[in-house]
Ligand binder design. Structure first.
Ligand code: PEP
Ligand code: MG
Length: 737
């Protein structure tokens, strides 16, 4: 580390050199010290003012620049509202003013500015030259530790202050923690290039890598479908091949910066334009460019990993644009308290997973990653769809009161643990839970659920890098059955595909529409080895007890017949060798594909139970992609068409004497669950956290009256069913929270 004396000498040289190069009468450097912006070096102002003149962050043009992190370019400084005159500096002679922030990791350490006697507007090139010098200064200042962390933190709190962001609640709950960015911002360590040509080569190579990545992404199944990804990727592509962008970065390198610093320099310009842009379309494009600049920075600096690789060390709220289910699982659950996404939707698998893991989640917050910085204290309040960033003390107090109230409610649910879900008029409703991982099993004991109504076996496939071996599958299924004891467990065979892509199986190239593509039972019937192995694992694990197995995405009865035949063949094989078998096998089908509703007459006689997968069924009925955030509002569980359709299925199953349950997310939402109970459903399989609230609903509902109401609502479907159910709940004192 350089001594403070030598650094001061360097700062003095810098101001002299700039003043000379820009033919300006004044050049000054202000740095943060003890929460103030202190004049550290000047050419042109009175030397007596050095280390004497201090400005608060809310004060003067210098304060404005540090606060906003943006340059100012003024022909007449006094005309600006923030102008503050300091007599000791002798600056009354000067009219024009240009200043840029000295930024390190996105935070202002200080300000570099020039002043002229004449009234003049500075050229863009001059401002950019100042920004380049400011970057180099930032590295020097950081190395010399001229600005302490405390001042920075104070400055940041003052300049950014508390912010409340609102989005859409994806998983209920409250969480408190510090912000961790899933894709951490790259820290530019070195700004001064030692070999200009080498830096240019690095940028060239990084551009090539990035272009190849984008081409690859565009051909990937999940992005190949038309939709917003396509648009974003097209824009990415446009920018990635934009010679102008590459040229500007090269010019910045020629001015003496490293590849990283040059990319960031050009990015600063984008950000300034972004802040001054009102046009939403243009703003979106600038966001894309900013995103791409981050990607380029990660490539060139080799800082590619996600925060999961670094590991979490304290209570964390994870911030990301979007996440895949496997990415979420990489995080340490002990510290992961909440997740906030710029995108996200309520029935995407990552949301289902977070719900199963009991991790509160908020989505659809635009500009999230601009407002929230690494390490910011955060409060996530799912009940108000809010994220409080750097919250003020009174907000923290309010949050704590809310958390206490919630705790009371949880205690009330816990008191219901030993009580059955019986309605006021004596109907017993079965409340089972959904699970998919070993860690979910503790939920059985906590909630005292009636069993596992949906075990998503594909989660084991999602978290492993290769196809799980039969022994590993058997071990997991045995553990599940052991945890369940006497309670039933319904295993669903793998549902891979859609938004649950696993690279080692998806090798047939991209799909136009993966949710309606080669997924679930369609994969299993083509790759029979997969289903055979799974069937064998299930049979082994359930030896000596009942095995309940169900098949996902059945469209035609023959698919069920073939799938069952595979399981039966495996059972026959075991029987032939005198190996132990389940005492009984119950076969079920997931009702997720609308067409199957008109084949139930042929199917129902052959199955033991039917489970309605509302997540998929509704997305197909409404033609609204369950994971597309733009369609989340259209995805209405209680729209008359949906409820009538569900009734059609439930009535057929009941008439055939077959158990019908609902295992989609719909059943875990109090109002939607009320609708299902009203339609005649007597078994729900839901996320563990919903067992308490739904049991509370059941125990406070007169099912007879509810069913009469639903019958009326479906006869006169013009009524707003949501409002009617809310009114009913209010009048009957049914808690819907
Ligand atoms: C469903 O579609 O409702 C369902 C339960 O299956 P998954 O969410 O796993 O697709
Ligand atoms: Mg499904």
């Amino acid at each position: 580390m350089a001594s403070r004396g030598s650094v001061q000498a360097k700062l003095n040289q810098v101001v002299q050199a700039i003043a000379q190069a820009m033919a300006s009468e004044v050049c000054s450097i202000y740095l943060l010290r003890d929460g103030w912006l202190e004049l550290f070096a000047t050419e042109g102002l009175s030397q007596d003012a050095v280390h004497v003149t201090r400005l608060a962050l809310s004060e003067g043009l210098v304060g404005n620049i540090a606060r906003n992190g943006e340059p100012l370019n003024l022909a007449e400084a006094r005309a600006h509202a923030d102008f503050a005159y300091r007599p000791e500096t002798g600056e009354d002679l000067f009219h024009s003013f240009a200043g840029v922030p000295i930024l390190r990791r996105g935070k202002a350490l200080g300000v570099l500015c020039v002043q002229h006697m004449e009234q003049r507007q500075y050229e863009d090139e001059e401002i950019e030259a100042l920004q380049t010098v400011a970057m180099v200064l930032a590295e020097m200042i950081a190395n010399a530790r001229l600005v302490d962390e405390e001042s920075l933190a104070r400055a940041r709190a003052q300049s950014t202050g508390p912010v409340r962001l609102t989005g859409t609640r994806l998983v209920e709950g409250l969480a408190r923690g510090v912000a961790v960015l899933h894709e951490p911002r790259v820290v530019v360590q070195h700004t001064v290039a030692e070999d200009i040509e080498a830096e240019k080569n690095r940028v060239r190579a990084a551009f090539q890598t990035m272009r190849a990545q984008i081409d690859r992404m565009m051909s990937q199944a999940e992005f190949a479908a038309p939709g917003e990804h396509e648009e974003i990727l097209e824009t990415y592509k446009m920018f990635a091949f934009d010679e102008g962008w590459a040229r500007r970065i090269n010019e910045a390198i020629e001015s003496g910066l490293t590849a990283e610093a040059a990319i960031e320099r050009v990015q600063q310009r984008t950000r300034v334009t972004m802040r001054n842009t009102k046009d939403p379309f243009f703003l979106e494009r600038l966001h894309d460019l900013d995103d791409l600049a981050n990607r380029l920075l990660r490539i060139v600096s080799g800082q590619m990993g996600t925060a999961a690789q670094t590991g979490l060390t304290q209570d964390t709220i994870l911030i990301a644009k979007n996440l895949g289910p496997a990415e979420l699982l990489e995080y340490d659950r002990r510290f992961l308290k909440g997740v906030v996404l710029e995108e996200g939707s309520p029935t995407a698998h990552v949301t289902i997973l977070a719900r199963a893991m009991g991790i509160p989640m908020l989505g659809r917050i635009k500009q999230l990653r601009e407002v929230v910085d690494e390490g910011d204290p955060l409060l996530l309040d799912g009940s108000n769809d809010s994220l409080f960033v750097r919250p003020a003390p009174d907000v923290v107090r309010q949050f704590e009161a809310h958390a206490a109230l919630r705790q009371q409610r949880q205690e009330a649910y816990a008191k219901l643990r030993g009580l059955p879900a019986v309605s006021l008029d004596g109907h017993r409703i079965e409340l089972m839970m959904n699970a998919g991982l070993r860690v979910d099993l503790s939920g059985l004991d906590v909630t005292n659920a009636d069993g596992i109504g949906l075990f998503r076996t594909e989660f084991q496939f999602l978290v492993s890098a290769t196809l799980p071996r039969r022994e590993a599958q058997t071990r997991l299924y045995s553990a599940v059955l052991e945890a369940a004891g006497d309670k039933p467990v319904i295993f669903r065979t793998v549902d891979i595909g859609g938004d649950k892509a696993v690279p080692y199986l998806q090798d047939d190239g991209p799909e136009e529409n993966p949710a309606m593509g080669w997924r679930a039972l369609r994969v299993a019937l083509e790759r029979r080895g997969l289903l055979k192995v799974q069937a064998r694992a299930l049979l082994d694990a359930a030896a000596g007890r009942t095995l309940n197995v169900m098949f996902p995405m059945v469209t035609e009865p023959w698919e069920f017949e073939q799938a069952r035949a595979i399981v039966e063949d495996q059972a026959a094989y075991l029987r032939g060798r005198g190996l132990p078998l389940p005492t009984t096998i119950h076969y079920g089908v997931m009702m997720e594909v609308p067409a199957l509703a008109w084949r139930l007459d042929a199917l129902l006689p052959h199955i033991d139970f039917l489970s309605i997968g509302t997540n998929d069924l509704i997305q197909f009925l409404l033609a609204a992609d369950r994971s597309n955030p733009k369609l989340a509002d259209r995805y209405d569980w209680v729209s008359p068409g949906i409820l009538r359709f569900l009734k059609f299925i439930i009535d057929q199953a009941s008439a055939a004497g077959k158990t019908v349950s609902v295992c989609g997310e719909m059943g875990g939402r109090p109002l939607e669950a009320l609708a299902l109970l009203g339609l005649g459903v007597n078994r729900l399989s839901i996320t563990p956290a919903a067992i308490g609230p739904i049991k509370m609903v059941v125990r406070n509902t007169h099912l007879g009256r509810l069913r009469t109401l639903m019958a009326d609502l479906l006869t006169y479907p013009l009524a707003d069913i949501r409002a009617e159910l809310q009114r009913f709940a209010r009048e009957e004192n049914i808690p819907l929270q």
